[in-house]
Design a protein around this ligand. Structure first.
Ligand code: ADP
Length: 444
């Protein structure tokens, strides 16, 4: 084979290879163009070489905390906004920004960040830290001045790739944001609506709730007036009665305030509470009425009870309700001890309160109904007390249940998650754990 022929063959092969490469490049470019033009998002091809050289200098100088540096040197953000240039855009970008001519878009990136200036710093920070991409929500400012909710995605060139331009993609989020806002509005309305239905229960129950303090007030006022009209008025007794009138009035006022708060969409007043203290004040409130009915109250409160996050007035109301029910039940017992036992204990990620009595207990056939609104077996009952207790517990991620105790009488158990169940990692699945343990327990 002659040398000339060999060379000709070699040239021919090299030419073929070059043609194939060119072909591949053209196909790849065509694919990229199709993607660039047809992707349903605004696409911007951006030349960021201006900031890249700046980044290299800063890195050489040992800069690590870029976020802080940008806060201290805001002019760098402006510089980047001016020196990073959009080189190419697709049709969607035209429509999204409401551009009239392409020169408005093939310009420094400042216009992209005009609606959310802080986004520019975040993009710079991600680029400086060598992240492959960055995404965030932002508002874009169209050329007609209108702000549009959008989602920004930036893909940065990597050192290992030959592609040296950043690509920005922006999608219009107007519809999603509208749906989200609508949903949020519906949620608020729904929350208010469910509060109103609770309020409905409360309004009927307010009669039930304040009837007791009001009758105490009426009785005490009549007794005080009798003591005063005696020839030798018993002033210490009158003072004691007036003090009790004050306490009963405050309790009634608090119940009314709670109903008002609920009506005005106020959030429940959650506080870090000591359940023992709430129980103690409920006992103090009921003690005189219990003594009047010759009923004893025994309490055993755990000394190491973790705190709970609760609305103190609602929880007190719940304990008073259970104690009132216990008193009414004991009244129905003809003989035997007349006692109410109140205890608090610590369980797994929760605290437990139990109110039990020496009454006749809960008849088997009504056990499933006692927590329903308006269910009552009492002549003058309203059937609201236990349904309110259940509503209060549901709003506290807690639970309430009832059972009969050996030897007669009923026991009501109330569980509340302890604070760490929500805030610390030790009990991450407290609510789940609680709902599992509550399966099969009446009351819910
Ligand atoms: P009300 O007290 O107005 O009847 P509740 O919702 O508080 O309404 O109670 C519903 C029913 O549950 C009562 O009528 C009674 O039959 C039963 N109940 C409640 N507490 C006890 C208890 N401690 N012992 C026995 N039965 C009870």
């Amino acid at each position: 084979m002659s040398m000339t022929f060999q060379k000709e063959c070699h040239d021919h092969e090299a030419l073929g290879q070059m043609r194939r490469r060119l072909n591949d490049l053209e196909t790849s470019e065509a694919r990229y163009r199709t993607l660039f033009n047809n992707v349903p998002a605004a696409v911007f091809q951006v030349d960021a070489s201006g900031v890249e050289s700046l980044f290299l200098t800063l890195k050489r100088d040992g800069l690590e905390d870029i976020d802080r540096y940008l806060v201290e040197n805001p002019h760098l953000i402006e510089l980047a906004n001016r020196s990073v240039i959009v080189r190419e855009v697709n049709d969607v970008a035209f429509t999204l920004f409401g551009a009239v001519e392409v020169s408005q878009l093939l310009a420094p990136v400042a216009y992209i960040f005009a609606g959310t200036p802080e986004a520019s710093a975040r993009v710079m920070s991600a680029h400086f830290q060598g992240r492959p991409n960055h995404q965030q929500r932002l508002k874009i400012k169209r050329f007609d001045g209108r702000l549009v909710d959008a989602w920004l995605m930036v893909s940065f060139p990597q050192l290992t790739s030959n592609f040296d331009t950043s690509v920005l993609m922006i999608t219009d989020m107007t519809e999603q944001v509208r749906v989200e806002t609508e949903l949020r509005k519906m949620e608020t309305e729904f929350a208010h609506f469910s509060k109103l239905s609770v309020l409905g229960e409360f309004s009927s129950a307010i009669v039930h709730e304040i009837r007791q303090p009001l009758s105490v007030v009426a009785n005490d006022a009549a007794t005080a007036s009798r003591w005063l009209s005696r020839s030798a008025p018993n002033l210490p007794k009158v003072r004691e009665l007036i003090q009790r009138i004050g306490e009963s009035t405050s309790h009634a006022t608090e119940v009314i305030k709670r109903v008002q708060d609920m009506a005005s969409k106020a959030m429940p007043e959650r506080q870090i509470c000591d359940l023992n203290q709430l129980v103690a004040s409920a006992i103090a409130f009921t003690k005189k009425e219990a003594a009047r009915r010759s009923i004893g109250i025994t309490s055993k409160l755990s000394a190491a009870l973790p705190k709970v996050q609760a609305d103190p007035v609602q929880v007190q109301q719940l304990v008073v309700n259970l104690m009132n029910n216990a008193m009414q039940a004991i009244e129905r017992s003809e003989r035997g001890p007349r006692q109410i036992f109140v205890s608090t204990t610590v369980g797994d990620c929760r605290v437990c309160l139990e109110v039990s009595d020496t009454g006749p207990g809960i008849p088997e056939d009504i056990a499933d109904d006692i927590f329903e609104s308006f269910f009552t077996t009492r002549k003058d009952g309203m059937g609201m007390g236990l349904s309110i207790c259940r509503t209060i517990m549901q709003s506290h991620a807690g639970a309430i249940s009832a059972r009969n105790v050996a030897g007669g009488g009923a026991a009501f158990e109330v569980w509340l998650p302890i604070i760490s169940a929500f805030e610390e990692v030790e009990c991450p699945n407290a609510i789940e754990a609680l709902s599992k343990t509550c399966v099969g327990i009446k009351g819910g």
